[in-house]
Design a protein around this ligand. Sequence first.
Ligand SMILES: [Zn+2]
Length: 476
Amino acid sequence: MEFEPVIGLEVHVQLNTRSKIFCGCSTTYKAEPNSQTCPVCLGLPGVLPVLNEEALRKAIMAGLALNATVAEYSKFDRKNYFYPDLPKAYQISQYDRPICSGGFVEVTTSTGTKKIGITRLHLEEDAGKSIHSDEPGNRVSYLNFNRTGVPLAEIVSEPDIRSAEEAYEYLQNLKTIIKYLDVSDCNMEEGSLRCDVNISLREKGVDKFGEKVEVKNLNSFKAVKTAIEYEMRRQAEILEDGGGIIQETRLWDADRGLSFSMRSKEEAHDYRYFPDPDLPPIKPDPAYIARIRESIPELPDSRKERFVAEYGLSPYDAGVLTSARPLAEYFESTVKNGAIPKKASNWIQSELLARIDTPENIGSFVVTPAMLAGLLGLIENNTISGKIAKSVFEEMTETGADPETIVREKGLTQVTDTTAIDSIIDRVIADNPESVADFKSGKERALKFLMGQAMKESKGKANPQIVNELLLKKLK
Ligand SMILES: [Zn+2]
């Protein structure tokens, strides 16, 4: 039998507001446990939650950027379940009236470009964190409520994904867009982006979906990919043996590379959803939505197209440079400072990206766009060679000095004076009679060697083009 996976993703994005969604507590990460709590987020009796307008604005902005529609009428509901790190015994979420619905994210994979539908984006509060100690004699559980009430946007995709590769691309694009908007830092290690996978298999050519399994605890995009591949194999084996898939929630174990059953999947009615009586419905004014729409920055896809059209970059280069907003801004600023776009693109990709841990941090890199443009200008006007430029760049990253200053102080200016180069070449020819003879008998490689010797002799400062011309003239 040949099977096809049907995959949908649920992504939780922590919105980067300064305070929590229904109270004024700070959302700073890694604060002293339970130092960022108040009666509202601890769920004490008699308190009244109040919606943080910034969380609403950021959720709407994300929805608009994902091509979704903002609801004219939306409301909050209580999702009831008991869990030690959920002090109210219910989570404030949105059930049948999410703030946004019906969008899409475009993905390009080896099989082409397609749109992955987005069913909905809703607002909800996060739960706290339980920490279990297994130390002998100290088997206790700790509860930290600092995260309780932090705003989340849950983005649910349609079951449109048909491979692990598509799932990976979808997540990658979604993350890039969210980061461009600056509505979340999407840091998976700190839990500000979490992803659950819903996956079922069906026989190829069959329309009906199979029983689905939810996989949780995926803490990297790579884990999502591996878990999907694992589930596809596991479910195919069961189906081939004539067995049935049980609808359940499974946990992913990244160390062992397998998933295991956690609990049978709960249905919506298990949560006894009902409208939260403490929070008024949201009816956003069209003018308010229009203002948010206007504040959306240029998004990665259109920026990539513009880089191709405006700067003549290849789609590949434009894709790399627009993969993070700070990187795209660094590149454009280098060009505005006078660098040739193609040269700036090459230099950033080959020399600069290797020296920073993530393109997100390029804004604080010691070499500013103006300094890089200055360095590229020195190559362009033949003051230094490309090779010398690499060592100048190295020094710029270490000392933060200007390229012009380094070149002047170290006497690195390129030698273009033909008499000086002439004498170097004479020496190289005199010292390497064998190579000269090789060249004369037609061995082209000998020229490369002699050229290298001459450049070495000049300590890399001779203009390579002039060396090449003079060398050929003398040899012939
Ligand atoms: Zn609070």
